[in-house]
Design a binder for this molecule. Structure first.
Ligand code: N01
Length: 659
């Protein structure tokens, strides 16, 4: 680590020598997340004797507050850190040379409590991935290491990126770094995608921000552990500004159709924009349209007869004042759990229709600002922020998969899939029991009857139970029969009168790339080829569709192990590797071989069938209409990284340029 470290991120200032006095450092350490502290200091000073065996976390407790350290350990870690930081300051704030790979592995292993093998892989296998994720020294190892001028000087090559959300901004930035020409279109007025469209009260990220951010554009000064939507939107806007993308996006422009023109090796793309229909000719298309962007409007009889305002959570109508109104909400997924507690205090009366209860993951600091001392350490102690990201990435990552994998020999609770899954179920049930101890009527209906992991687990810091227990909030579990002008009628014939109806009914997640019409080789239309079963190789490439690449495509959703930004970073790197191959080879296009695609999808299906979400028949957006899991990645994060790092030439066929 050197003095110029951390300058690659537009959000991180270059380090300055530590000048704080002992009292200031001591005060900051009182707020420190302790798991990354000694590892960061060992890295900074090169003193591996700081990694004292009795101060190593217990790998089974790393998800507990302060990684499960007891009071004595906490005091000792802080004292050791104070001694080390004051010595570092007094010695002129000079970081040690970067550790060797062996030392780095020793520090990583200590930080995680020497977890041993994870998903059958030794920690050493994870080393390069983890080092990349930390992006120590502000480096950007996932950036393309080539440019168009170097590999195909003078060749005209334009990439269209559809969507300017988290993935689209990243894709445009990577194309820019490779010296490719690029165009971005987005149907919205600004960048941000999901963080632009979802503005409902209480909307916030449910992944810790220290990992829900680009690895190469880390921000050390996140105001919250889980920031609200406006903070996220600002982050993505700032990234798009810093990389020269935001001003160049063609806003209010949607792609309606596109067709591969083999005679020119181009995609002919029809758009609809502020000036009417348009047409673009580009050499490659990256779809970055997301999975959770087209609202799912439920097929409930009479919905269009409701006389009051009725809107979807992702199209929140802020002009509708809910103060003193009777409001009904359909759905109890992640969106409803975030906004119901916000609106309940202002509504006269709130009725929530629950079809399936969510599992709640107790998250004490869900709404908490990052403590001032922690902020100080993140900004002033070189490497601490990166080690903090590293610890969170691991906790949130592959270690979590084990708890949702089916053990075929398990014969216990019918609503669990393994001993570990049942153990997790017991923990989460206990949380619900405690939260609803004073409301046995609610307790009876809020404990899910499906395995943990079969549906998205939703974070909670107590506000959801508190909202449901309010006198003016009514949880209805009787199925909905129909909507009438005055409200919602349940299957028992009871009318729940309301003035405003809010649909928190999720998204059309398995309608990938809808409503675009996409014609590949020989005019085959993508959705017709899929026939309701969207599949892609690594979620990215579809046979017969040269130079069409999907980000957050089929089977790239992660259920509980990590941040979707990680997937976009891996996917984008793979796409750039494929583009490089096109340019280097002089071919017009590249597409995945059918047999490679099919083999991959068979493996995905087999593995999904071994996961909680695959075996459970509970409703979830993870499955398409036929019941196939078309959203989720069932393997490890490591496996996606390994498979997307480069592009195996044998997996793809090149399409020659027109003569
Ligand atoms: O949507 P959902 P969401 N009659 O599909 C119910 C991400 N996200 O917008 O469970 C009655 O989860 C449906 O019932 P059931 C996150 O990935 C992230 O809440 O199908 N009810 C369910 O309760 C999340 O998973 C954040 O039985 C009907 C609800 O509507 C994804 O987006 C925040 C119905 C839909 O829940 C989607 O979450 C928000 C009907 N006809 C969202 N149709 C973060 O924090 C549907 N339902 C980052």
């Amino acid at each position: 680590m050197n003095e110029s470290a951390f300058t690659a991120s537009p959000f991180v200032s270059p380090r300055r020598p530590l000048t704080a006095d002992d009292a200031e450092i001591r005060a900051a350490l009182a707020d420190a997340a302790l798991q990354p502290l000694l590892p960061a200091l060992a890295h900074l000073t090169g003193d591996l004797s700081l990694l004292r065996p009795h101060l190593r976390p217990d790998p089974l407790l790393v998800n507990q507050p302060q990684a499960g350290f007891d009071a004595e350990q906490q005091a000792e870690i802080r004292a050791l850190a104070l001694e080390t930081l004051t010595a570092f300051r007094d010695g002129g704030s000079r970081p040690a040379p970067p550790p060797s790979d062996d030392d780095l592995l020793a520090i990583m292993s200590f930080a995680l409590g020497d977890p041993g093998d994870t998903n059958g892989r030794p920690l050493a296998d994870y080393l390069p991935l983890l080092a990349e994720e930390m992006a120590h020294g502000g480096v950007d190892p996932r950036a393309p290491d080539w440019t168009r001028d170097a590999v195909a000087p003078g060749r005209d090559f334009t990439v269209l990126v559809v969507g300017a959300g988290m993935s689209g901004i990243l894709a445009a930035h990577r194309c820019d770094q490779a010296g490719l020409d690029w165009i971005v279109v987005d149907e919205n007025d600004d960048v941000g995608g999901t963080w632009y469209q979802n503005t409902y009260p209480g909307c916030r990220v449910d992944n810790p921000n220290f990992t829900y951010s680009y690895s190469f554009a880390q921000r050390h000064d996140w105001p919250y552990h889980y920031s609200p939507q406006p903070v996220l939107l600002d982050y993505f806007r700032a990234c798009a500004d810093a990389w020269g993308i935001r001003d160049r996006v063609r806003y209010r422009t949607s792609v309606t159709a596109m067709a591969w023109d083999a005679s020119t090796g181009q995609w002919v793309v029809d758009t609809s924009g502020p000036d009417g229909p348009g047409r673009l000719r580009v050499h490659a298309v990256i779809s970055a349209v997301g999975q959770l962007n087209r609202p799912h409007i439920p097929d409930i009889a009479g919905l269009d007869t409701f006389t009051g305002p009725c809107f979807h959570s992702a199209r929140w109508r802020h002009e509708v004042d809910l103060t003193g109104r009777r409001v009904a909400v359909i759905g109890t997924g992640a969106s409803a759990v975030q906004f119901v507690p916000e609106i309940a205090p202002v509504c006269a009366d709130l009725t929530v229709f629950q079809r399936t209860p969510p599992w709640l993951a107790p998250t004490e600091d869900y709404h908490d600002p990052v403590e001032p001392g922690m902020q100080w350490l993140l900004e002033h102690v070189p490497g601490y922020a990166e080690w903090n990201r590293f610890c969170i990435f691991w906790r949130m990552g592959d270690g979590a998969l084990e708890a949702v994998r089916v053990d075929p020999a398990y014969r216990g609770c019918p609503d669990a899939v393994s001993d570990l899954n049942a153990f997790t179920r017991d923990l989460l049930t206990e949380y619900l029991r405690a939260a609803f101890a004073d409301r046995p009527d609610l307790l009876e209906v809020v404990v899910p009857r499906y395995p943990v992991g079969a549906k998205r687990v939703v974070r909670d810091n107590g506000v959801w139970p508190a909202a449901l227990k309010r006198d003016d909030v009514h949880l209805v579990t009787t199925p909905i029969d129909r909507v009438v002008p005055a409200g919602v009628v349940d299957a028992d014939g009871r009318l729940h009168a309301c003035d405003v109806l809010i649909l928190a009914t999720g998204f059309q997640a398995s309608r990938f790339l809808a409503p675009m019409r996409v014609h590949g080789i020989d005019g085959v239309e993508l959705h017709e080829a899929w026939a309701g079963e969207p599949r892609a190789h690594l979620g990215i490439s579809v046979p017969g569709f040269p130079n069409l690449f999907l980000l957050y495509g089929p089977n790239t959703n992660i259920v509980l192990n990590g941040s979707i930004i990680y997937f976009s970073e891996c996917g984008t790197r793979h796409i750039l590797a494929l583009l490089r191959r096109v340019l280097e080879s002089g071919a017009a296009g590249i597409s995945v071989r059918r047999e490679v695609h099919d083999r991959f999808n068979e493996a995905v299906d087999a593995e999904n069938a071994r996961m909680a979400w695959g075996v459970s028949d509970v409703n979830s957006w993870y499955k398409n209409d036929s019941g196939r899991v078309s959203q989720n990645w069932p393997f490890t994060l490591l496996e996606y990284w390994e498979r997307t790092r480069g592009a195996n030439p044998d997996d793809y066929e090149l399409h020659p340029a027109a003569s």
